[in-house]
Design a protein around this ligand. Sequence first.
Ligand code: AMP
Length: 124
Amino acid sequence: MPIDPTKPYDPSNIFARIVRGEIPCSKVYEDEHALAFHDINPQAPVHVLVIPKGPYVSWDDFSERGTDAEIAGFVRAVGKVAREQGLVEPGYRLLANVGMDGGQEVPHLHVHLFGGRPMGPMVR
Ligand code: AMP
């Protein structure tokens, strides 16, 4: 079920629990502000999720409440993961689902990083 974006951040969501180390993930990158791990249900040969470590529901929430350091750290981490995954030369796709029309299921901001094959049309 897509999330209701008007609800406050829920610290029991699965990505918050991954950040706290309460449940495992297949980690590909971590620094002070961001964590990246393989999606449990990959939609492409490379399907990595990059999340900020702080309690943010969505891109608009993060852009409003995140500190400059958190925002810079997260954006730099997304690019670093893309480079480390070898996606720059072949190309890749970034996607952030937000709220009900966006089809967001986990209420903690995450960017999907897809690669390893042509991604096809932008929106079906
Ligand atoms: P979204 O629809 O953008 O909220 O996508 C949520 C994504 O999180 C989906 O692609 C799921 O496969 C992925 N996901 C859910 N639980 C986990 C988990 N424990 N570890 C890795 N990926 C997960």
